[in-house]
Design a protein around this ligand. Structure first.
Ligand SMILES: [Zn+2]
Length: 427
C-alpha cells in the first residue's frame, strides 16, 4: 500500500525513562503501527490457538508472530505464495513477525545437525532428509511476507559452554550476510539479525558490534531464556542493550513471564514474544498481577468474581471464575476464553508500562508491580540486582508495605540519572 520510497520499518523513540533504560517507541510497519514496548502473541500455524483475528484486533493487538519452521513445512511456500502471503491466508491485516525456523528445529528435533551450510533435519511428516539454509529460511519468510523477519542463526543450548559458543556466534554473523544477500523483498520486509554469544560478555559485545556494521533496521537478542540462571539472563540482556544503538528496536526472543517483561523493559528491551500466555490458558490458568489463577482448583467453584475486575477483556466482562472453573479444560471454549484474557493481560501490562514511561513514572510502576506480583513470596535476588543496575532499589521484603507508598519522585532526587548509558554488567 505504502509508497515504495518509505522504508518498511521506521522506529522513533517517543519517551525515555529518566532513571532506567526503559523507552517507549513507535514502530511503523507496512501493515500497522506498533507501540513499544510490545508483546507479540505467537500464532504458530498461522492461527493463535483459541483466538480469531477479529478478537485480537478488539484487544488492540498490533503485531503477532508466526513460526517459519511450521509454515514452511505446512502449508509450504507454494500455497503461501498462491494465497498472497500469510496476512491474507490467515485473515490478519496487521503486522506479523516471523522467526527463522532454526530455533524450532533445534529444540523440537533431536536429529538436527548444524554445519556451515545450514541445519540438517528429518521431516517429522515423511521422515525425509531436509536442510534449512540461511537462503532457504529467507525464501520461506519472503513467501510468508511478514513485516519483520529473522535471520537463520546457529542455535546452541543456553547452557552450552566452551568453543562451540564462539563458533555459533561467528557463524551467526556469517549467516546474516547470506540472509541479507538472499533477501528478495527488502522494500517490504525488514530483516533482523540475532545477537548470539551465550553467557559470555566479550562474545555478546563482539556479536553486537559486528551486526551493527550491517544495514539492518532492528536487532534481536537470542540464545537466552533457555535454562540459564536468571542472574546470567539479566546480565546478558543488560550487556546487549548497553551496546545496541538507541535508534533501532530491540527484540528479546522467547520471553513472556510478567516479571521478566517488567525487568527487561527496564533494561531497555522493546519487543517480546512467548507461547506462555496461550499455553498456560490450555491448562486452565489465568494471568493476574499476583501470578496465575489455576481455575481448575475447587476454591473457584463458588467464586462469582471475574478473573480480574480491572481487566476489560470480553471474558472478564461476561464470565465469573465459577463459570470458568466449571468449563476449564473440559470444554474447548475455555481455552479460547482464557487465551483471550491472557493475551489481554500481556497487552495491558505493556500498555501500562508504556504509559508509565511516557509520564516518567516507570520506577514507581515497577515497585508497585513487584509488590503485587510477590505478595506472598520474597522478591527474587536476581530481580533486585537487575533493577538496582538500572537505579531502582526495591525495599527489603519486610519493609515492603511501609515504604512503597512513598512515591516515585523521591528516589529520583536521591539518585540523579547515573549510568543510563553505561552497561552495568561490565562492572
Ligand atoms: Zn480479562
Amino acid at each position: 500500500m505504502s509508497p515504495r520510497s518509505i522504508p518498511p520499518l521506521t522506529y522513533k523513540v517517543v519517551a525515555e525513562c529518566s532513571v532506567t533504560k526503559a523507552r517507549a517507541g513507535l514502530m511503523t510497519l507496512r501493515h500497522s503501527e506498533v507501540n513499544t514496548p510490545v508483546f507479540m502473541p505467537v500464532g504458530t500455524q498461522g492461527t493463535l490457538k483459541g483466538i480469531l483475528p477479529d478478537q485480537l484486533i478488539e484487544l488492540n493487538c498490533q503485531i503477532l508472530l508466526g513460526n517459519t519452521y511450521h509454515l514452511g513445512l505446512r502449508p509450504g511456500i507454494e500455497t503461501l505464495k498462491l494465497a498472497g502471503g500469510l496476512h491474507k491466508f490467515m485473515g490478519w491485516p496487521r503486522a506479523i513477525l516471523t522467526d527463522s525456523g532454526g530455533f524450532q528445529m533445534v529444540s523440537l528435533l533431536q536429529l538436527a545437525e548444524i554445519d556451515e551450510h545450514g541445519v540438517n533435519f528429518r521431516s517429522p511428516f515423511d521422515n525425509s532428509q531436509c536442510m534449512l539454509t540461511p537462503e532457504h529460511s529467507i525464501q520461506i519468510q519472503n513467501a510468508i511476507g511478514a513485516d519483520i523477519m529473522m535471520q537463520l542463526d546457529d542455535v546452541v543450548k543456553t547452557t552450552t559452554t566452551g568453543p562451540r559458543v564462539e563458533e555459533a556466534m561467528e557463524r551467526t554473523i556469517r549467516w546474516v550476510d547470506r540472509c541479507i544477500e538472499a533477501h528478495a523483498r527488502d522494500d517490504d520486509q525488514s530483516l533482523f539479525p540475532i545477537v548470539q554469544g551465550g553467557l559470555e560478555v566479550p562474545l555478546r559485545q563482539r556479536c553486537v558490534s559486528a551486526l551493527m556494521e550491517r544495514q539492518v533496521r532492528g536487532f534481536a537478542v537470542g540464545g537466552l531464556s533457555g535454562g540459564e540462571s536468571k542472574h546470567d539472563f539479566w546480565r546478558m540482556v543488560d550487556v546487549c542493550t548497553g551496546y545496541l544503538p538507541r535508534d533501532k528496536p530491540r527484540y528479546l526472543m522467547g520471553v513472556g513471564f510478567a516479571a521478566d517483561l517488567v525487568v527487561c523493559v527496564a533494561l531497555g528491551i522493546d519487543m517480546f514474544d512467548c507461547v506462555f500466555p496461550t499455553r498456560t490458558a490450555r491448562f486452565g490458568c489465568a494471568l493476574v498481577d499476583s501470578g496465575q489463577l489455576n481455575l481448575k482448583q475447587p476454591k473457584y467453584k463458588m467464586d462469582m468474581e471475574p478473573i480480574d475486575k480491572d481487566c476489560d477483556c470480553s471474558t472478564c466482562k461476561r464470565y465469573t471464575r465459577s463459570y470458568l472453573h466449571h468449563i476449564a479444560t473440559n470444554e474447548s471454549v475455555s481455552c479460547s476464553l482464557l487465551s483471550i484474557h491472557n493475551v489481554a493481560y500481556q497487552l495491558r501490562l505493556m500498555r501500562i508500562m508504556r504509559e508509565a514511561i511516557q509520564k516518567d513514572e516507570f520506577p514507581h510502576f515497577v515497585r508497585e508491580f513487584m509488590k503485587r506480583h510477590f505478595q506472598s513470596d520474597p522478591i527474587p535476588a536476581w530481580i533486585r540486582e537487575a533493577l538496582a543496575a538500572v537505579n531502582i532499589q526495591l525495599p527489603a521484603d519486610q519493609e515492603k508495605k511501609d515504604e512503597l507508598e512513598e512515591a516515585p519522585k523521591a528516589e529520583r532526587k536521591q539518585e540523579p540519572t547515573k549510568s543510563m548509558t553505561q552497561p552495568a554488567a561490565t562492572s
